[in-house]
Design a protein around this ligand. Structure first.
Ligand code: MN
Length: 229
């Protein structure tokens, strides 16, 4: 392609036990997908259909990185999430066919500028500047389905500087992965390369300069991210 400008390469994630990489297309995130987290944010988890927001592909950060503290926030929050990587796209994907569209799974962070998001909520404005900023989507390498299977239960947790802050189980998701794919694909046509961040368990909280974040999902992987001082 003969681009008219210098244009960055497509962001990628490594694939476990492979020399191939996964090209990242769009990043869709599910809001309030664990009941305890919905309650801690002041909502009734029994009443809401799933809802979505997005991050740009170039918000991806590789596992092990040290990243700058983001600009324009005094209240950066961690949200540990299982990441679903779409290998085959489509629209109106039925629940019972949804798992066939998945390439693999990873462990990610939906980093959030909670102060900006809170202001946006109050004003009825979009969430993007609270959610879709530089380096806001750290993610591990992806484990293909052949290695990870389709994790539907198992621990998901996050430590900050060695102390457990978030702890839950994948089985606590309000909308499981097939339901999420079916629902999302009725709203947009999913494409190969899309990532879905599947929501965070309770215990979200602030991150400071110099903090070390360690996240884990049983059978999927471990993520370590450090914020520069
Ligand atoms: Mn989230």
């Amino acid at each position: 392609m003969n681009y008219a400008i210098d244009f960055p390469a497509t962001p990628v994630l490594p694939v476990a036990e492979s020399n191939k990489v996964f090209p990242v297309g769009r990043i869709y995130c599910v809001g309030r997908n664990y009941a305890e987290h919905a309650r801690e944010m002041g909502h009734d988890p029994d009443r809401e259909p799933p809802f979505f927001f997005m991050k740009p592909a170039d918000a991806v950060v590789q596992n092990g990185a040290t990243i700058p503290f983001p600009r324009a926030t005094q209240d950066l929050h961690h949200e540990i999430e299982m990441v679903v990587a779409i290998g085959k796209g489509g629209a109106d994907i039925p629940e019972d066919k949804a798992l066939d569209r998945i390439f693999g799974y990873g462990v990610g962070l939906d980093m959030t500028r909670r102060d900006i998001q809170g202001e946006a909520k109050k004003m009825g404005r979009p969430w993007e500047m609270g959610k879709a900023f530089d380096n806001s989507a750290p993610c591990t390498l992806l484990k293909p389905v052949s290695m990870a299977g389709h994790p539907a239960k198992g621990a998901i947790w996050l430590k900050v500087n060695g102390a457990v802050k978030q702890k839950g189980d994948l089985a606590e998701m309000i909308w499981n992965v097939p339901e999420t794919i079916a629902y999302l694909s009725r709203l947009v046509t999913l494409r190969p390369g899309d990532l879905i961040m599947s929501g965070t368990p309770a215990g979200v909280g602030p991150v400071q300069r110099g903090d070390k974040l360690e996240g884990h999902v049983d059978g999927v992987g471990d993520l370590t991210i450090t914020y520069a001082r």
